[in-house]
Design a protein around this ligand. Structure first.
Ligand SMILES: [Fe+2]
Length: 382
């Protein structure tokens, strides 16, 4: 006769409670059903860990005023960084907007330049306001405006700032929470250059490429200069460090009257010009255009998305939650949630900037994508 058969009612419950307490006290967790009313309770408990939730951060009412307040109190001398990181309420206090990525907003005062640094996470910056946002990457000094996307790949020295006479706001997306989970984080701040045989510290990188290098070498699809080295950084990211907005906007416009995809509308990916693959091994980026009045069919994928509307207004249904958005907001669409997007204007297109951890999930054979059709039928798309 087993011990549990001998114990009944209160005695059994008390013994179970004591067992669970002892298991947790020794830093272990039970993997068996505890709640008999829940089917497959043991599996449910595995999933009851902290998880990103659908959530929207509003630019006009919340982010922008906080950026201005922080710019008044924190100057470039007191801190090399002055960014607001979007923290998903399901993951707090971890600094992550979805489980693998975070978005941060930054305001740079006129003519403010921060010193160079480098780190293992990959990052991009998207200009929101100001014509002369500045990012120097490995000796290519890039100025950028609204809608331009600048890469700062892992291990590349880079510095940020603003070369204009008006404040400039941009947003960044980093794969930092993923890199942190993999325990592969590092940051370096002491930027030096060789001068007369000695290493000297510099607050600006010496220019080693013309400031339009990325655009000049890689800016015409299908044509590749053979007389320059395409090995930049570690070679594990796109060598094209800036993708201009007018180029993307023109590409979107060309397909405006096409059917597009029922679940993703007109979506264009930023790719590495050498191989057509995502710009980073870990995360990828898109612009997605919803035509006036367009509503996408629901899509569920294992990839998590951070979506920043760049033009227009509308709403998205993410995991059954309605998120109303306008330009420069950011919302989280965590993997595993059904998502659909609606452009509420009957005149203007809506354009969404989308970051996704799809490359990581594909590399690990964990990527899945399902779509709900107009008939209600659910189809596996990947
Ligand atoms: Fe950085």
């Amino acid at each position: 006769m087993s011990a549990s058969a001998k114990l009944e009612g209160h005695n059994l419950q008390a013994a179970m409670d004591e067992l669970h307490a002892d298991v947790y006290r020794h830093h272990m967790a039970p993997f068996w059903a505890i709640d008999k009313t829940r089917k497959n309770d043991e599996d449910n408990q595995l999933r009851d860990t902290r998880k990103a939730v659908p959530f929207i951060w509003k630019y006009k009412s919340d982010i922008e005023p906080l950026l201005h307040r922080s710019a008044e109190l924190i100057n470039a001398e007191s801190s090399e960084r002055r960014s607001l990181i979007l923290v998903n309420p399901g993951l707090a206090p971890k600094r992550a907007s979805v489980s693998t990525m975070y978005t941060a907003y930054r305001l740079n005062d006129p003519n403010e330049i921060m010193p160079p640094h480098r780190h293992s996470p990959n990052a991009i910056r998207l200009g929101l306001t100001g014509a002369l946002n500045f990012t120097g990457v490995e000796g290519e000094n890039i100025t950028f405006g609204p809608g331009d996307m600048v890469l700062t790949p892992h291990d590349t020295w880079h510095n940020h700032g603003n070369q204009g006479d008006e404040p400039a706001i941009n947003l960044s997306v980093l794969d930092l929470p993923l890199v942190e989970t993999l325990n592969a984080m590092y940051f370096e701040h002491d930027y030096t250059e060789e001068e007369e045989g000695k290493r000297v510290r510099r607050i600006m990188q010496s220019e080693r490429f013309p400031s339009d290098y990325s655009q000049r070498v890689y800016g015409q699809g299908g044509l590749m200069p053979r007389f320059v080295s395409h090995m930049r950084g570690t070679g594990n990211a796109s060598p094209m460090y800036v993708y201009r907005w007018d180029m993307m906007r023109e590409a979107l416009e060309k397909f405006r009257d096409w059917d597009g995809d029922p679940h993703e509308a007109i979506m264009i990916e930023y790719v590495n010009p050498l191989d057509g693959k995502p710009v980073f091994k870990t995360i990828t980026f898109f612009m997605q255009m919803l035509r006036p009045g367009e509503r996408t069919q629901p899509l569920k994928q294992t990839a998590s998305l951070l979506v920043a509307p760049f033009e227009g207004q509308g709403y998205s249904m993410v995991g059954g939650k309605r998120l109303d958005w306008e330009r420069f907001d950011t919302f989280a669409a965590p993997g595993g949630e059904w998502a659909e997007h609606v452009n509420t204007s009957d005149r203007a297109p809506a354009i969404l900037f989308v970051a996704s951890d799809e490359p990581t999930l594909k590399a690990l054979a964990l990527y899945q994508k399902h779509g709900r059709m107009a008939s209600g039928e659910v189809v596996r798309l990947y």
